[in-house]
Design a protein around this ligand. Structure first.
Ligand code: SF4
Length: 694
């Protein structure tokens, strides 16, 4: 029980964690934040919250925060506190020196899904207009970049198709590669409510997530597929739908590109894609696949919800497109209750992608090679722009190792902790001559940095976040920046010192520029957000109050595009040396690598990550519950304690990755999605052996 006294005033703002985007009232007594309470008028959460959001303010006020800029010439030197003027001028002079010596493309920037839309827009503008190249990327690279590519290719736009309210009209909930009750708890609760009202449930997941069986809920189907076989399984669904005559012919005739549809039906109808033929690949009994596919196609309004268990694979993009094919073939798209819904892990993954933080796209997903768009930005920003796509994060690191990429500005992201094959990431960072980290804490990446710029917590920010349902919401400044400057102002200072001045007095003016230059944001302004509370893009002349459901009547690209989805097994294979497959996930009380939640009350509820292992696999290895084990892959090894459970199937092990000492990314490989380089975090061949601990 907390005695908080009487709050004196409150500010409504948005949670800084997951893609649900819950609204909160930050209650203050003087300058002190005493409580966060979920806001009843928040459209994404309607007065609900989870245990992460309620205590998020803890990390914002944590003693570990760094509040003064620091520099050092070499990463082995101690940090030296300096003034903002010195830190910014050192950053700019180093970047200019590097570009003078190694060329314009030798520097770049990385932004984060924790940054606001306005901050992200400025980072990509700094890189494109100030650095003069397109070497900008975002942490969405390692989570939902396949969503962007896959949904744009099939439907024409890189976003989920529905609003959260749509689930009230859903009859069949199909969850694949997501764990909503832990990862997106407030929306997970809405799912459970709908299930208690009688909606049917299909879960595709190697692990028995809570949704499969919880009080008053029992999934109609749990298909525990072998990690890495999503494409084979979803294509088997398509095989059933086509060969059993379950296609929604009228929808397809009116809405689909018929050439691609016919090619696709011929492909999926091949016997090799049947549930029986793919059973040996997926490990899922054919009759379950057949019955689940029938339910999806004929059970009424069917909606697909997916997460990183779909995207973080060598065929992440292919699975996204396979899912989109299913929705189009059955007519489950373009109205309430249906659709394809990526559950975004971080609060502003959607916004980060929308704002052009990819090396090949301007804001609004327009390719840098498009002359009309590039000319628009050349006029707006007053400089010539590079028509060639820049480097993605893994390419930046490769180029650093090769000696051609030497300077990096990282805003709000910890690539040394969260990107795959940590040894390679560290090798790349060490090879650079100027790494600038802007963050709250001295994170793992800061170990290899030359400049540390203290960033702002969500309580000190003004701007907008865009949640998983494309809802743009205000994040309001609850207290003054503890470091003296907003993150957006820091980017402006770097730009000015680099010789490219950007002139804004407030984040609302940045949004005005975004709206003026991005068709899907034309109608967005801070004034409208104050008036309506939030809006879902597209928000423009045709939809002045936003768009809850997309693709009504017509897909954004015109006709829906069916794509052939050939299953290609990952190169990460089990064998005698590495006989088990490791997959990863999250728990309710923690968020991502735990840098924030471990610095809040939530640290009480999760002291360590454990390795879930099936009783048969544990017995084979002489491992008892709670024993230390060594987890070893081709890339590296780590130690953690075993948790023996039949939640995972024999042959599969599972861990969360919320504690830095787990070092999950030391063992993940550098295999990645063929289209987007999204890392294959969800499949790693490993061996497990008893050990004495770290
Ligand atoms: Fe809502 Fe997600 Fe924050 Fe929980 S973590 S309060 S579900 S936005």
């Amino acid at each position: 029980v907390y005695d908080i006294g009487t709050p004196e005033h409150s500010v409504v703002t948005t949670c800084a964690y997951c893609g649900v985007g819950c609204s909160f009232k930050a209650e203050m007594r003087g300058d002190e934040l005493v409580r966060m309470t979920p806001w009843k008028d928040g459209r994404a959460n309607r007065g609900h919250s989870c245990v992460k959001g309620r205590f998020a303010y803890g990390y914002a006020q944590h003693q570990d925060r760094i509040l003064k800029p620091m520099i050092r010439a070499n990463i082995t030197d101690p940090w030296r506190e300096v003034s903002w003027e010195e830190a910014i001028s050192y950053t700019a002079s180093e970047f200019k020196r590097i570009q003078g010596k190694y060329g314009r493309s030798s520097v770049g920037g990385i932004t984060s899904s924790r940054c606001t839309n306005e901050e992200t827009y400025l980072v990509q503008k700094l890189v494109r207009a100030g650095f003069g190249n397109n070497n900008v990327d975002t942490c969405a690279r390692v989570c939902h970049s396949p969503t962007g590519y896959g949904l744009k290719t099939t439907f024409g736009t890189s976003a989920g198709t529905q609003d959260f309210d749509s689930i009230e009209h859903t009859d069949v909930i199909f969850v694949i590669g997501a764990n909503p009750t832990d990862g997106h708890p407030v929306f997970g609760s809405r799912m459970k409510k709908r299930l208690r009202q009688g909606a049917r449930l299909i879960v595709v997941d190697p692990r028995r997530i809570d949704l499969v069986k919880s009080p008053h809920i029992q999934a109609d189907f749990h298909l525990p597929l072998r990690p890495g076989t999503n494409v084979a399984l979803v294509t088997a669904f398509a095989n059933v739908i086509v060969t059993e005559g379950l296609v929604n012919e009228e929808f397809v005739r009116e809405r689909a590109d018929l050439d691609t549809f016919h090619e696709w039906t011929e492909f999926v109808a091949e016997e090799r894609h049947s549930p029986e033929a793919t059973e040996a690949v997926t490990g899922v009994p054919a009759h379950l696949v057949r019955e689940a596919a029938r339910l999806y196609a004929t059970g009424g309004n069917a909606a697909i919800f997916y997460g990183l268990g779909v995207t973080e694979h060598s065929q992440g993009t292919t699975t996204v497109m396979a899912i989109a094919n299913l929705a189009m073939a059955t007519g489950n798209i373009g109205r309430e209750g249906v659709g394809v819904n990526p559950l975004r892990g971080q609060n502003n993954v959607q916004g980060s992608c929308d704002m052009g933080s990819f090396p090949h796209e301007y804001p609004g997903y327009r390719h840098v090679s498009q002359d009309d768009t590039r000319e628009l930005y050349e006029k707006l920003w007053g400089v010539p722009l590079d028509p060639e796509p820049g480097l993605r994060i893994p390419n930046m690191l490769d180029a650093a190792v090769d000696g051609t990429f030497k300077g990096l500005y990282v805003q709000g992201e910890d690539i040394a902790q969260s990107d795959p094959d940590a040894q390679h990431v560290i090798g790349g960072l060490k090879a650079m001559e100027c790494v600038v980290v802007q963050d709250l804490f001295l994170n793992e990446t800061a170990n290899y940095a030359h400049v540390f710029l203290p960033g702002c917590s969500f309580l000190e920010k003004d701007g907008t976040f865009t949640n998983a349902e494309r809802r743009i919401q205000r994040i309001r400044k609850v207290m003054a920046p503890k470091n003296g400057y907003g993150d957006w102002e820091i980017t402006l200072m770097i730009a000015k010192a680099m010789g490219y001045e950007m002139d804004y007095n407030h984040p609302s003016e940045i949004m005005d520029e975004i709206a003026a230059s991005t068709p899907s944001f034309n109608g967005v302004s801070f004034a409208k957000l104050e008036e309506l509370g939030s809006v879902q893009w597209p928000c423009n002349e045709e939809a002045p109050e936003g768009t809850p459901t997309m693709h009504i009547g017509e897909f954004v690209r015109g006709k829906g595009n069916f794509v052939i989805t050939e299953y290609v097994p990952t190169d990460e294979k089990v064998g005698p040396r590495f006989p088990l497959l490791l997959t990863t996930g999250r728990i309710l009380s923690q968020y991502n690598v735990g840098a924030q939640t471990r610095r809040t009350e939530n640290s009480r509820w999760h002291e360590e990550d454990r390795l879930e292992i099936h009783p048969a696999d544990a017995e084979d290895r002489g491992v008892r519950d709670g024993d230390w084990v060594t987890l070893r892959s081709r890339a590296g090894e780590t130690s953690l304690r075993a948790l023996i459970t039949d939640r995972v199937a024999p042959g599969v092990v599972y861990t969360t990755f919320h504690h830095p000492n787990t070092q999950a990314n030391v063992i993940t490989t550098d295999f990645s999605d063929w289209a987007t380089n999204c890392p294959e975090y969800k499949v790693t061949a490993v061996q497990v052996a008893p050990s004495n601990g770290p």
